[in-house]
Design a protein around this ligand. Sequence first.
Ligand SMILES: Cc1cc2nc3c(=O)[nH]c(=O)nc-3n(C[C@H](O)[C@H](O)[C@H](O)COP(=O)(O)OP(=O)(O)OC[C@H]3O[C@@H](n4cnc5c(N)ncnc54)[C@H](O)[C@@H]3O)c2cc1C
Length: 481
Amino acid sequence: MARARKSEPKADVAIVGAGMGGLIAAIEAAGKGARVTVLDKLGPMIGKGIKAHGFGWFGNETCRAGGGGLDHVEPEMPVEELLAMHLKQGWGRVDLELLRLFHERVLGDIRWLRDDLGLPFTSTGSLFGSILLQTVHVKGRGPGLMRFLYQAAEKRGIEIRFETKVLELLTGDLGEVIGLRARDAGGTRDIHAGAVVLAAGGFEGNNEMMLRYVGPQITYGAVISGCPTNTGDGHQMALEAGAQLTNMSVCHINTTNRLLSEGPTRRLRNIWPGGIYVNKEGQRFIDEGTADSDTLSNAIAYQPGSVAALIFDERARLMDPEAYAAYPYKDKLIRSAATIEELAETIEMPPAQLRRIVNEFNASVEGKAHRLETPPYYAYYPVVPGLNHTLGGVKINTAAQVIDRENRPIAGLYAAGSMVNWSFGKPFTVAGVTSYMGNYHIRSSKKGGALGGLSTALVFGRIAGERAAQAAIKKPKLRKS
Ligand SMILES: Cc1cc2nc3c(=O)[nH]c(=O)nc-3n(C[C@H](O)[C@H](O)[C@H](O)COP(=O)(O)OP(=O)(O)OC[C@H]3O[C@@H](n4cnc5c(N)ncnc54)[C@H](O)[C@@H]3O)c2cc1C
C-alpha cells in the first residue's frame, strides 16, 4: 500500500472492477451526482461473459415468482421469519444485519433495474425448473446483462478504463483511502478519489490464496469454471488497508465436464438423480439422495484423481429423453453398454467391482430411488468439480464500508460483489466430506431459495455506490473545485 500526498481528486468515486458489483455501484454513484471512474484489468467481456458474470438469473428468495412478471412477485415470508430460520439453520457466522438488509432490499433493487434502468427481463420463473429457486431471468443472460450495464454506465457519463490494473490503494495520514495506483499501457499513475469501491471479484484464480485459505483438494482437485483472472487483488488491497477477511475457506463448486463447464447436474438435471456416482476404483462415495451439486463436487475433489463417473440406466435416461438428446458432447462424454461389466470396461474401471457396487446399491434401494437394472447402461465420465467462485471476503457493514481488524470502518473504502463475504450457509458432512448447505444459495424460505451472486452484487453494489458518492461529495477539501 502506497502513501500519497493529499491532492485534488480526479474522481469523486473510483471503482475497482467492471463486473456486476462495480457497474451497479458506478451507476448508483453517478445517479447521486458523483464523477465516477471504473477500472478493470481486462478488456470489455474478454474471456468473461457468462463465465465471469453468471447466467443472469437473479435468485429472489424473499419472493415468490407467481408468473406474469415482476409485478406478481410477492414476498413469500416475513423478514423476521426468514431471519429466525437462518439463525436456526445457520452455522453461527451468518451476518444477520447484512442478511436482513439483503432481504429487505432485493425485490426493490431488482425492480429498480427494470424500471429505472430499463433492463429487459425475459420472464419470471424458476431456476432449472426447480420450485426451490425462484428467480427472474435477464434477457441475453450474463453477456446480455453486462452489455446492458456498460451502456447504462456510458449513458450516465461514467468513465470505464479497461485494461487498467489497479495495483494498490493510496492512503492519507490517518489511514483513510484517498485513491488508487493503477497501470495501463501508458504506465503507472495515481488516481485520487474521494472514495474507492472495491469490486474486484473472488480469488478463485489465485493458487497461493486458494491453498492458504481453502486447501489443496479444492485448489488442485477442481478446475476453474469461473473466472481465472479473478485473483483476489481486491482482497489483498483491502488487507493492506487493514481490512478484516472472513469465511475465506468457503467456495461455490459445481460439477463440470471440462468441455462445457456444465456437468450432468446442470444439463441432465432430471437424469442425474436417477444414477449413482463412483470413483475411479469403482467405489461409491456419497449418498446421491441427499447430495446437492455443491456437496457432490466437494466430494469428488477428494476422490482419487478428483474424478468420478455417473452411472445410470435406460429408465433414468427416459426421465428426460429430450435433455439427453440435446446434450452436446454426448459422443465424447457418455458411453453405453448392454451390461454393467461392459460399461465398466469403457471407462477403465474394474468390471467385477462396478457390478458388485451396483448390486449392493440395488439391494439397498428404498423409497423414490430406482434400481439400476434397465439396460442399456450409461456412464458419464469424467465428472470433475468446477470451482465457480470463492465466497469469503472482506467484512462490510450495512453501509458497505470495509471493516478493519479492530471492527471500525476504514474511511473512504467500500466494497461490493463477490469479494465481500457472502457465505451464509451451514456446514454438513456426507461421506466424510464437509460441504456447506446454502453456502451460495441461502435457504431463505420454507421451500429453500437462492441468493445468487448477482443479487448480492446488486444490493450491496447499490449501497456501496450511494454511500461512496455521499462520502466523496461531502468532502469539500478533497473535491475538485
Ligand atoms: C459459471 C457461473 C455461473 C453463475 N451463475 C449465476 C447465476 O445464474 N445467478 C447469479 O446470481 N450468479 C451467478 N454466478 C455468480 C455471479 O456471476 C457472480 O457472483 C457475480 O458476477 C460477481 O460479480 P462481481 O462484480 O463481484 O465480480 P466479477 O464479475 O468477477 O468482476 C470483477 C472484476 O474485477 C476485475 N478486477 C480484478 N482485479 C482487478 C484489478 N487489480 N484491477 C482492475 N480490475 C480488476 C476483474 O477483471 C473483473 O472484471 C455465476 C458464476 C459463475 C462463475
